[in-house]
Design a protein around this ligand. Structure first.
Ligand code: AHR
Length: 501
């Protein structure tokens, strides 16, 4: 049997785009144990004076997320922002109909803004276009971003925040195409509402950027007509179209699951085509960018939600990510970078507990899921210019999908330091794959290092008792000879190859 190997070319001229660091963003929703019992726990030994856990904060901070979406998600479509400001002891307990949970409002707009600042991030704020409309979105913006001299800006000051928050990016609702959404709308209804809300909001603060709801899944029957209709209505005021995708393993079909980031690639191609169709139809000079503001693999160990309704912080959408999930996650990260010319914002959904990269348990412990590490590494080494990697990879025939390349990769060049990072996955369940990469147009690379996160068992997971099963291994040296970089990609692995000048 001949040894399978992959070959690739990385050329300095294969530029995709300057990577917008906001693609390493996150998402915190008032849902399940993401906020209460996740980032916030007044009783915890590590709680700060507001009740936020310092240990969780540090884990989030290390991810260097430039932007974090808040407060939802489905939650936002029933959210009254006024409930979440003002003296904490006077805030109402509300019934959150999105998740059938109780919302105490003890963490509100001001507290979250402080938390975001402490983790060196910024808030991507969402306005409720479900139960509420243009007036409330405009009032919330006035409260947050207007310096003073108006009713809502003065209210903010009275609540202790003299300076405006200046939140730059605003979501015009959430997943309004989904029948599950509170006050779900037709594309025409939502498009008109987004346009009018956006028009008023940009008059109040012309410096903001707006994200319109695109299709929340390419499986919905309204996709992609929804996107075309919505954009037709609000192309002029929107700066981004929102896209969401969660990839999960259907039954026992592991090879198809490992190949599923290709679906994300397909989704992006068709949504970009839809944006450009509307651009052409409108004879517009403006390019619509994408905000991939919910993305993740779904932990294969997730059993579904059977939490008791109408309690505070039920355990929803929790599970441990397996090695297979981690490879899928890595494939999704690579796909985002491959489309970094159009994807300007992306938010891991979600950051804590809900399919979280960071987990907390009822005993007050905090630990990192396997997906934490690829995100950490991409955020650390994936800033600069994304470069296309032209790959000839061995393929595997996957039923219902076709021939799937075992290796996928993308590179990012940090122009300032000259460091070249290659992110690569190996989907093979059994084979280590040699990867030979010809480097063109760089010059000067002699040595480097490789760090891999790998495990032969696709079902291996991190748990609170054993949080170090799926962690990056030790760094191994790499050499470049005749402009060729040779690496070995272990079976079922996420790999980072780093070359320094
Ligand atoms: O992230 C969990 C939920 O998934 C979000 O609230 C919603 O927008 C999506 O359907």
């Amino acid at each position: 049997m001949t040894l399978q190997r992959a070959k690739a070319v990385i050329d300095r001229d294969f530029e995709i785009s300057q990577v917008d660091p906001r693609i390493y963003g996150g998402f915190i929703e008032h849902m399940g144990r993401c906020v209460y019992g996740g980032i916030y726990d007044l009783e915890h030994g590590q709680a700060d004076k507001l009740g936020f856990r310092n240990d969780v904060k540090q884990m989030v901070k290390d991810l260097r997320m430039p932007i974090i979406r808040y407060p939802g998600g489905n939650f936002v479509s029933g959210f009254n922002w006024e409930d979440s400001v003002g003296p904490r002891d006077q805030r109402p307990i509300r019934m959150d109909a999105a998740w059938k949970s109780l919302e105490s409002n003890q963490v509100g707009l001001h507290e979250f803004a402080q938390w975001a600042e402490q983790v060196d991030s910024t808030v991507m704020m969402a306005a409720n276009l479900g139960t509420r409309g243009v007036a409330e979105a405009a009032q919330l913006l006035e409260y947050c971003n207007v310096r003073g001299g108006t009713s809502f800006s003065e209210l903010r000051k009275a609540h202790g925040q003299a300076e405006p928050y200046g939140f730059k990016v605003w979501c015009l609702g959430n997943e309004m195409d989904g029948p599950w959404q509170i006050c779900h709308k037709s594309a025409a209804e939502y498009g008109a509402l987004a346009r009018e809300a956006g028009k008023v909001m940009k008059r109040i603060d012309p410096s903001i950027e707006l994200v319109a709801c695109g299709s929340s899944s390419n499986n919905l029957p309204t996709y992609p007509e929804w996107d075309a209709t919505v954009l037709d209505a609000c192309y002029d005021v929107a700066d981004y179209l929102s896209v969401h995708m969660y990839l999960s393993q259907k039954e026992k079909d592991l090879p198809a699951y490992l190949a599923s980031p290709l679906k994300m690639d397909d989704y992006l191609r068709s949504i970009i085509a839809t944006c450009d169709y509307v651009k052409a139809k409108k004879r517009s000079a403006k390019t619509m960018y994408l905000s991939f503001d919910e993305w993740n693999a779904v932990p294969s160990t997730w059993k579904g939600n059977d939490a008791e309704p109408w309690i505070t912080a039920p355990a929803l959408c929790e599970g441990s990510f397996t090695m297979a999930d981690t490879v899928v996650f890595g494939g999704m990260l690579i796909t985002l970078l491959k489309h970094s010319d159009r994807v300007r914002i992306a938010c891991l959904a979600q950051l804590v507990n809900i399919f979280g990269a960071v987990m907390t348990d009822q005993d007050g412990r905090a630990w990192k899921q396997s997906i934490y590490y690829p995100l950490l590494q991409a955020s650390a080494y994936g800033r600069g210019t994304a470069l296309h990697v032209s790959i000839h990879s061995p393929k595997v025939a996957v039923e219902g999908v076709g021939d799937v390349p075992l290796v996928d990769a993308v590179a990012v060049l940090d122009e300032e330091t000259g460091r070249l990072a290659v992110f690569a996955i190996n989907r093979s369940l059994t084979d280590t794959l040699p990867l030979e990469q010809e480097l063109r147009g760089f010059g000067g690379y002699k040595t480097g290092e490789q760090v891999s996160l790998a495990n032969n068992d696709p079902q291996a997971v991190n748990t609170v008792e054993a949080p170090d099963v799926l962690v990056p291994g030790a760094s191994t040296p790499l050499t470049v000879a005749d402009n060729k970089l040779r690496a070995l990609l272990p079976p079922l692995s996420w790999n980072v190859l780093l070359l320094d000048q």
